[in-house]
Ligand binder design. Structure first.
Ligand SMILES: [Cu+2]
Length: 322
């Protein structure tokens, strides 16, 4: 009796397994992520690889540019400024020993030197044409931080003194004409600040800018160690999808391999923690298609995350389609 019940439940299980086996491979091939508990057929094994030859070549082609020591000054928003309205104009002053380094997007390749602009702890936005302000749009009321640093066409940051700047500012609502028009219930009906990106044929190019998701500043102390997550972010396609660079900015923190006491810890898809003991980008190869999470943390010698407004532990999702 007992046996027959067990057999019966086994056969039910077998039926379920057959059903699952019939549909599972299709699903896994279509959207394989390493976050699933089962081991997917194309298991991701990441390996650190040298700087890709294409980037080595780009560096040679750029002459001395990669030895430049660009320094930035945030003209606007001024540190501790209060801004009325949801649109924040970013104006930067670039100086230092530039050796030909100048942000600009080449219309043909859609690439070029640019500045990484980070509101609060959101993914950076690229700012190419310093001759015109860059707009942060739909910035929510309250305290914010802005971080900026110069970057190369392949998104590797310059790491010299003065390259990185951080300012704090406060956004207040008010009778600013650029503020979104809202109904009594708070629904947005029109936003004069949000011009569309502009048609390519337009004689005056649309101002660079970006709508930002609502966020607030962390409680950041600029005298404390600060890790700024830069790359990877967003979508990676084709040749850009492998290898992928991890790059970050460090303020007030020296890593152990550079004679300091800190380490940068990273983990992909919640996997094994790995450590970076030198402040330089790394390239990881072996990504499989799909969504991945990248966590980057600044830790002390005991392995504890160094507290600084929550910015020293950041996780981003990226998408790979090779
Ligand atoms: Cu970039």
């Amino acid at each position: 009796m007992r046996m027959s019940i067990r057999l019966a439940s086994l056969s039910v299980l077998a039926g379920l397994c057959l059903f699952a086996a019939a549909c599972q491979p299709v699903e896994q091939n279509a959207n394989t992520t390493a976050t699933s508990s089962a081991t997917p057929p194309g298991e991701q094994k990441l390996a650190q690889v040298p700087r890709p030859p294409a980037i080595e070549q780009a560096m040679k082609d750029r002459g001395e540019q990669d030895q430049a020591t660009p320094t930035l000054r945030v003209v606007s928003p001024a540190n501790n400024a209060t801004i009325n309205g949801s649109k924040v104009e970013v104006k930067l002053d670039l100086s230092g020993d530039l050796k030909g380094y100048m942000p600009h997007k080449d219309p043909a390749t859609q690439k070029g030197n640019h500045i990484h602009v980070i509101l609060d702890n959101q993914p950076y936005e690229a700012y190419y044409e310093l001759g015109q302000p860059f707009e942060l749009r739909n910035v929510s009321e309250g305290k914010h931080t802005l971080r900026v640093f110069p970057s190369r066409p392949w998104h590797e940051s310059f790491k010299n003194d003065g390259a990185f700047q951080i300012v704090e500012f406060t956004v207040k609502g008010g009778g600013d004409a650029s503020k979104p028009t809202t109904t009594n219930s708070g629904e947005k009906v029109a936003n004069p600040a949000n011009k569309s990106e502009g048609a390519a044929a337009s004689p005056t190019p649309a101002r660079e800018g970006k709508d930002f998701a609502a966020s607030q500043a962390g409680d950041v102390d600029r005298a404390k160690p600060l890790l700024t997550y830069s790359r990877p972010k967003g979508e990676y396609k084709g040749a850009d999808a492998d290898p992928i660079m991890i790059d970050f900015w460090l303020m007030n923190a020296k890593l152990q391999g550079d004679g300091g006491e800190y380490r940068v810890r990273y983990s992909i898809d919640g996997g094994e923690a790995k450590f970076l003991d030198k402040w330089e980008p790394i390239w990881l190869s072996g990504w499989i298609n799909g969504k991945h999470s990248v966590k980057l943390e600044l830790v002390d010698k005991d392995g504890n995350v160094v507290d600084n407004g929550g910015y020293n532990s950041t996780t981003r999702e990226i998408t790979i389609s090779k």
